[in-house]
Design a protein around this ligand. Structure first.
Ligand code: AMP
Ligand code: ZN
Length: 115
């Protein structure tokens, strides 16, 4: 599969890996938007959250727990962080292999409208 995240998962493109196991790989984003910016990527090619299905329930749960573990390992758990899944055109998705961004290490501001 000629997909950048599949290629990283197969070790064909180098990445600064934070964590990996049989299901997932986590690595630093090449263009960090915050002091900590890690991507959580399943080894299985799923195009986006919109392309996920019932059979991916366990994998999606593993991705969230990996985000938690990465945040803990990078020392941003206490202050807090944000987990983002850009999805589709309006979501600003650029790489069509489902992934989570873990962002932290600075105040991120509020992206939802003020109440
Ligand atoms: P998005 O699809 O909008 O959620 O964003 C994809 C993210 O992947 C962007 O933040 C890119 O900086 C990042 N990215 C693209 N190519 C690489 C790469 N080879 N290594 C690490 N991060 C990458
Ligand atoms: Zn892929």
């Amino acid at each position: 599969m000629d997909c950048v995240f599949c290629r990283i998962a197969r070790g064909e493109i180098p990445a600064r890996t934070v964590f990996q196991d049989e299901h997932l790989i986590a690595f630093d984003d090449i263009h960090p938007a915050a002091p900590v910016h890690v991507l959580i990527v399943p080894r299985k090619h799923i195009s986006s959250l919109a392309g996920a299905s019932e059979e991916d329930v366990l994998l999606l749960g593993r991705m969230l727990l990996a985000a938690r573990d990465v945040a803990r390992a990078r020392g941003i758990e206490d202050k807090g962080y944000r987990v983002v899944a850009n999805t589709g055109e309006h979501g600003g998705q650029e790489v069509f292999h489902c992934h989570l961004h873990v962002l932290g290490g600075m105040p991120l501001g509020r992206i939802l409208p003020p109440r």
